[in-house]
Design a binder for this molecule. Structure first.
Ligand code: ATP
Ligand code: MN
Ligand code: MN
Length: 301
């Protein structure tokens, strides 16, 4: 039922470093989740979120009137967010510097939520050196109607092939339809090399297993397959970050999991922001300690 009050509705917001206006505004109409509830989620999960969101250029999915109304993807800002949201100038293809956003504390995070942000998407690099990525993300985008078992098996196959190259990887449920396979890097190589690796890797695996994968983003090529979206791994591209709430029905969360757990998970939207207690506990658990943390260098091509 819409607008059913939830036990956590705006409750912890007294602790918020930012005043959240209109906390009772329903932003997820299908389940009555409010802006206050979303703010409460980000406040509680601030540490795990910031472990991934902090100090990298981020783009926001903002939905000021709620997720079912107009949403937009915001990459830069000249200052309308105030001091808590920081800026890093990044050279665009046209030769001009643009002020990209980055955050480094809960105040910045909550400022964005106050401004209608729901999702936080990050570059693969940190603001200290935006030209050298510290992570690769293989975003598995299944064709509509493809079963979850197939997506899971494909993720495991990527893990195995990466493993043979000496690269450890970790799975993340996107909160939407797919799985992201995350490969932490030592940030020793620049974007062109990293992109080249990702492209060749995706090409090779889709040529070896054409019944399962395509490296081509065209929808017609996807029939019954998974698009291995390697394009997250180029300068300027973003991917949704761990513990971020999605602007999709019922507020699913992009959730880190272990390969072991993945075997028993049935959906990419396994947890929602109403599972904040469990997500917080998981984030601090032994099993997820060290998730996507490894100092590894891409092999020579
Ligand atoms: P799903 O599992 O449903 O595919 P996802 O987060 O992987 O969820 P995609 O549609 O595959 O969603 O998008 C991959 C990434 O592309 C997003 O995480 C985001 O960072 C980026 N992206 C999405 N929308 C835009 C946009 N309008 N402009 C630029 N980049 C975008
Ligand atoms: Mn995807
Ligand atoms: Mn994609």
């Amino acid at each position: 039922p819409p607008s059913q009050p939830s036990p956590t509705r705006g409750e912890g917001l007294k602790e918020s470093p930012v005043t959240i206006t209109n906390p009772d505004r329903v932003i997820y109409p299908e389940s009555g989740i409010t802006k206050g509830e979303l703010a409460d989620y980000y406040l509680r999960l601030a540490d795990p979120v910031l472990q991934w969101v902090a100090d990298r250029p981020v783009s926001l999915v903002r939905c000021p009137q709620g997720r079912a109304k107009h949403c937009f993807f915001q990459k830069h800002d000249a200052g309308s967010f105030g001091d808590a949201v920081r800026h890093v100038p990044i050279r665009e293809k046209n030769g001009h510097d643009e002020p990209y956003l980055y955050l480094n504390d809960a105040k910045g995070l909550l400022t964005c939520v106050q401004m209608g942000a729901i999702e936080f998407h990050g570059w693969g690099s940190k603001v200290t050196d935006v030209e050298k990525p510290d992570r690769l993300v293989f975003d598995l985008d299944p064709d509509e109607g493809l079963g979850w078992d197939e997506v899971r098996a494909a993720a495991e196959q990527l893990r195995d092939v990466l493993g043979e190259m000496g690269l450890a990887s970790w799975p993340m449920l996107s909160g939407g339809k797919g799985i992201h396979v995350v490969v932490p890097l030592d940030a020793s190589r620049a974007w062109p090399e990293v992109k080249d690796f990702a492209s060749r890797f995706a090409q090779a695996i889709s040529e070896a297993h054409p019944e399962r994968f395509t490296a081509n983003m065209k929808k017609v090529q996807r029939k019954g397959r998974i698009f291995l979206d390697w394009l997250r791994n180029q300068r300027g591209a973003t991917a949704v970050l761990p513990y971020v709430a999605r602007a999709r029905p019922n507020a699913p969360v992009a959730a880190p999991v272990t390969w072991d757990e993945l075997k028993h998970i049935e959906s990419a939207a396994r947890w929602t922001i109403r599972d904040a207690d469990e997500l917080l506990k998981r984030a601090g658990s032994k099993a997820l300690k060290g998730w996507a943390v490894a100092d590894q260098r891409l092999p020579d091509l």
